[in-house]
Ligand binder design. Structure first.
Ligand code: PLP
Length: 396
C-alpha cells in the first residue's frame, strides 16, 4: 500500500508552503522531526497502543444489510469511525501529532477549530498527555457552539474567541498562525485536516491512513477481494484521504469524494470547493478554493459545520485533476434525509458531515449490481447534531 509522495511539498501543482519567511524554519523543523520519528518502532508502537486502548481501534467495517436490501444495488459497508473515542476520525490525527510534539520536546499545543470538533479532540489528547492547550475559535463559533467550548474547558484547554473579520474558522486559523509564528520554539501547531502548508497534509494523511489500511484488510476478510468504490465526505479532506490514500495504486478501486452543495451549487451558499472552485493560495498552500467575483475568498456554507471550509487538501486537488478520483456534491436537504434514513434503517445516527457520503450512496448504490461493494466512511457520529436536526425539522 504505497502512498503518493509529495514532491518538494507538492501534489502536482497543489500544496507547497506559502508562508511568511519567519515561519518556514518551524515547518522545516517539523518536517525533519516527522521524517525522523514516523518510522521509528517506538513511535509506531506508542501510536498503535493509543489507537487501540484509548481510541478503541480498529473501527469495524460493518455491512449495512437493511440499507443494502432497501436500495437493491451494491453492497454497502460502513467504516465506523463514529465509534472512535470522541466520536469521529479526528482523534487519529490528533494523537499522532501530540506524540510527535512530545518527541520534539514541546509542551504547549495550539489549534484552531470551527465547530469545535477538532478543538475537543485536541483538548482531549492534551489532557491525556498533560500538555498546555490553547484553542483559537471565531467568536461567532464560540456562541453557536457554546457546549463545545465548555467541553474543551472541561478538558483543561483555554479557548480564545477571535473577534476579527467574520469571526469564524478563517480568522481562527489566522490567529493560530500568528501565535505559531511568535512562539514556534515552544509551541506545536496541531492542524486538524489534510490542509495547510507542507508538511501538514502529508502528516495528517500519515496518521489518518489507518482508516484505509484497516478497511483494506477488513474488506479482504469479508469479500476476498478489493472494494469497487470508496465514498467519503470532503471538508478539508482528512477522513477522505485517510480512507482513499492506501488504495491510490489499486486502479480497480474507484474513489468518490462528496462535497457539501449546501443550498445548491447555483445558490452560492455551499462549500463545494473542488466542484466549483479555482486554484489559488489559501492559508499557506495552493489548492482549489472558493472565491467571489473579486477573486477574494468567498464565505462557505454547509448544514454540516465540519464541511464549511473554503479550501481543500492539495492531494484531493491532484486526485481531481489527474482523474484518480471523482468529486460530487450533495445538498443540505439530501444530507438531512440521509441522516434520518441511516438512523432508521441501521440504528446508526451519522454526523451531518458523514451524512453527505451516505446521501450519495443512497443515490449511487441502486445504479450498481449486487456483486459490487461500496465502502462509505462514517467519519463521525451524529449525537452532536441531534439538536440542530431537531430544530431544522421543527421548522419544516
Ligand atoms: C471535521 C469533520 C469532517 C470534515 O473534516 P475532513 O478533514 O474533511 O475529514 C467530517 N466528518 C466529521 C464527523 C468531522 O468531525
Amino acid at each position: 500500500m504505497e502512498l503518493l509522495q509529495a514532491k518538494n511539498g507538492f501534489f502536482g501543482e497543489f500544496g507547497g508552503s506559502f508562508v511568511p519567511e519567519v515561519l518556514q524554519p518551524a515547518l522545516d523543523h517539523l518536517e525533519t522531526a516527522f521524517n525522523r520519528f514516523k518510522d521509528d518502532p517506538d513511535f509506531i508502537n506508542e501510536f498503535e497502543y493509543y489507537l487501540k486502548d484509548f481510541v478503541g481501534r480498529p473501527s469495524p467495517l460493518y455491512l449495512a444489510e437493511r440499507l443494502t436490501k432497501e436500495l437493491g444495488g451494491a453492497k454497502i459497508y460502513l467504516k465506523r469511525e463514529d465509534l472512535n473515542h470522541t466520536g469521529a476520525h479526528k482523534i487519529n490525527n490528533v494523537l499522532g501529532q501530540i506524540l510527535l510534539a512530545k518527541r520534539m520536546g514541546v509542551k504547549r499545543i495550539i489549534a484552531e477549530t470551527g465547530a469545535g470538533q477538532h478543538g475537543v479532540a485536541t483538548a482531549t489528547a492534551c489532557a491525556l498527555f498533560g500538555m498546555e492547550c490553547v484553542i483559537y475559535m471565531g467568536e461567532l463559533d464560540t456562541e453557536r457552539q457554546a457546549l463545545n467550548v465548555f467541553r474543551m474547558e472541561l478538558l483543561g484547554a483555554k479557548v480564545v474567541a477571535v473577534k476579527d473579520g467574520g469571526r469564524t474558522l478563517k480568522e481562527a486559523v489566522d490567529a493560530a498562525l500568528i501565535d505559531y509564528m511568535e512562539n514556534y520554539h515552544t509551541t506545536f501547531y496541531l492542524l486538524g485536516s489534510a490542509v495547510g502548508p507542507h508538511p501538514y497534509p502529508t502528516i495528517v494523511r500519515h496518521f489518518q491512513q489507518v482508516i484505509g489500511r484497516e478497511a483494506h484488510v477488513q474488506h479482504m476478510e469479508k469479500e476476498g477481494r478489493l472494494p469497487d468504490y470508496l465514498l467519503a465526505c470532503v471538508g478539508g479532506g482528512s477522513n477522505a484521504i485517510g480512507l482513499f490514500a492506501p488504495f491510490y495504486n489499486e486502479s480497480s478501486v474507484k474513489i468518490i469524494g462528496v462535497e457539501p452543495a449546501g443550498k445548491g451549487l447555483e445558490s452560492g451558499l455551499h462549500a463545494a470547493t473542488l466542484s466549483t472552485g479555482v486554484p489559488g493560495t489559501i492559508h499557506g498552500f495552493k489548492a482549489y478554493m472558493m472565491v467571489d467575483e473579486h477573486g477574494e475568498i468567498a464565505p462557505a456554507h454547509s448544514i454540516a459545520a465540519g464541511l464549511d471550509y473554503q479550501g481543500v487538501g492539495p492531494e484531493h486537488c491532484f486526485y481531481k485533476d489527474s482523474g484518480r478520483a471523482q468529486y460530487v456534491s450533495v445538498t443540505d436537504d439530501e444530507a438531512l434525509k440521509a441522516f434520518q434514513i441511516l438512523s432508521k434503517t441501521e440504528g446508526i445516527i451519522p454526523a451531518l458531515e458523514s451524512s453527505h457520503a451516505v446521501a450519495y450512496a443512497l443515490k449511487f448504490a441502486p445504479t450498481l449490481s449486487p456483486e459490487q461493494t461500496i465502502i462509505v466512511n462514517v467519519s463521525g457520529r451524529g449525537d452532536k447534531d441531534v439538536y440542530q436536526v431537531f430544530e431544522l425539522l421543527s421548522e419544516k
